[in-house]
Design a protein around this ligand. Structure first.
Ligand SMILES: [Fe+2]
Ligand SMILES: [Fe+2]
Ligand SMILES: [Fe+2]
Length: 452
């Protein structure tokens, strides 16, 4: 089987964290910086290298559960306890969480739910789960009756330090005020032994230089011997589904989108005479084609009205990021090409590469059709789904206008009921997964609210 993925685990993780940090310049490198400091702090604290690596993985993913830009920016506040006024402002601007405390607690739980979906990241998920638990004179050893790993307390401090660094100013001039703030929170927010380790580490200039240097982390990660994730066949599919959930679960409108595109694309590939291997690759493309949406904030994905010019530019960026991320992950070339061109149109009116005609191979054309066919039959924040007949009308119209491949659309039309049935099956299992995720998030939010 030739569809393999071979990548050092940390490279894979950094692809995700760089993507989620690119939703705003204010967040640039936040995960990288936190991962670097968490790793160094873990070592200074005396943890063995293997545990520090898990800590670095957790740190590089820690805020993956915060998908709205407002949530992410809110988490940049150093003080975890904020005033009632601040909470009132927060509630007025955010439909999901009512208070700052809720964002802190819930995004960590959501991160845990998302990350623990992939067995290789189970330990990292536990660390992420408790990364906002305060030490509270030792009460923070436990949370919800579960023991909080010491790595979570290390990550908590590393992350609170990372948010205080202003990369526009000279870094060493900021050290004293940062360490003073941390010292004041020792025992209250932070575990005292972790604070002590941090203060020892903070005396070393290079730690600070590394944190603001774009290449420092590369030096650190290259020195470490990371496990290489080597996957093929079903295992690779499982990782792709993990990526797909990170994207699709951001919004109820897209919760089952990629799974349906995968099934529709695979059916079209089979009808087009693709080999078994290529059919599987097309299915992978379904799961991965919108991975670039990690870079699009929830406010835009879920906007219940037409997007402004600027917002649609951000949205259009996602196909470009898909290409960028898949290139970095190092997936099979066809998977990258077929996935990344899903918004290109045969007449050159698509984006972001404005390719046309023969520049678009059958694989890319299939994913483009599967994507439109799936999207048209889904609810969107600004419109409801169309019925089967409408959907084929839309597809035929796009073929007539020379936007999508007419021959493939004819094939789709000839088997539309069968394909719809397959897609409904995929939707059933994806929405069951999504519902379980939402139920767990709701239960957790109720728990947090009850404790406030
Ligand atoms: Fe966080
Ligand atoms: Fe897309
Ligand atoms: Fe899509």
């Amino acid at each position: 089987m030739s569809y393999k993925l071979k990548s050092p685990v940390f490279d894979l993780i950094l692809c995700i964290s760089d993507a989620v940090d690119s939703i705003s310049p204010q967040l640039a490198d936040h995960h990288r910086r936190t991962a670097y400091l968490a790793y160094q702090l873990g070592r200074q604290f005396g943890l063995p290298v293997a545990r520090c690596k898990e800590l670095a993985i957790a740190a590089a993913l820690h805020d993956i559960g915060a998908t709205a830009l407002k949530e992410r920016l809110n988490l940049l506040n150093f003080d975890t306890k904020v005033s009632a006024d601040h909470n009132a402002v927060y509630a007025a601007h955010n439909a999901v969480y009512a208070t700052h405390n809720e964002v802190s607690a819930v995004h960590a739980e959501v991160g845990y739910l998302l990350i623990s979906n992939y067995p290789a990241f189970a330990l990292a998920a536990e660390i992420v789960r408790f990364h906002h638990v305060n030490w509270n004179d030792g009460a923070g050893k436990l949370n919800m009756g579960l023991s909080v790993p010491v790595e979570s307390h290390i990550l908590h401090l590393a992350e609170r330090v990372a948010v205080q660094i202003d990369p526009r100013k000279e870094v060493l001039s900021q050290v004293r005020s940062i360490t003073n703030r941390v010292k004041r929170k020792s025992g209250d927010d932070f575990m005292p032994e972790v604070v002590d380790a941090f203060l020892r580490l903070a005396e070393k200039d290079f730690i600070w230089f590394d944190m603001v240097s774009p290449s420092a982390d590369i030096a650190l990660w290259n020195d470490l011997d990371w496990d290489v994730i080597s996957l093929e066949g079903a295992e690779f599919l499982e990782l792709s589904r993990f990526f797909c959930r990170l994207v699709d679960f951001k919004s109820p409108f897209t919760a089952t989108h990629s799974s349906r595109v995968a099934v529709c694309g695979q059916a079209l590939a089979e009808l087009s005479g693709f080999s078994m291997l290529d059919q599987r690759l097309i299915s992978l493309c379904g799961y991965l084609h919108d991975i670039g949406k990690l870079c699009v904030p929830l406010e835009i994905l879920d906007k219940p009205a037409a997007l402004s010019t600027e917002e649609s530019a951000v949205m259009r960026h996602h196909a470009y990021y898909t290409n960028h991320i898949l290139k970095r992950i190092g997936v099979f070339e066809n998977v990258r090409v077929w996935s990344s061109y899903h918004h290109e149109r045969l007449d050159g009116s698509g984006y972001p590469y404005q390719l046309k005609g023969e520049e678009l191979t059958t694989g890319s054309r299939i994913i483009a059709i599967a994507d439109v066919f799936t999207a048209v039959s889904e609810d969107r924040p600004y419109r409801s789904a169309r019925n089967d007949i409408d959907v084929m009308d839309v597809m035929n119209d796009m073929a007539r206008k020379g936007l999508l491949d007419a021959r493939l659309i004819k094939l789709l039309g000839s088997r539309v009921h069968e394909i719809n049935a397959l897609m409904a099956e995929a939707e059933f299992s994806a929405s069951r997964d999504y519902q379980e995720f939402i139920d767990r998030r709701t239960r957790y939010m109720d728990f947090v609210r009850a404790g406030e």
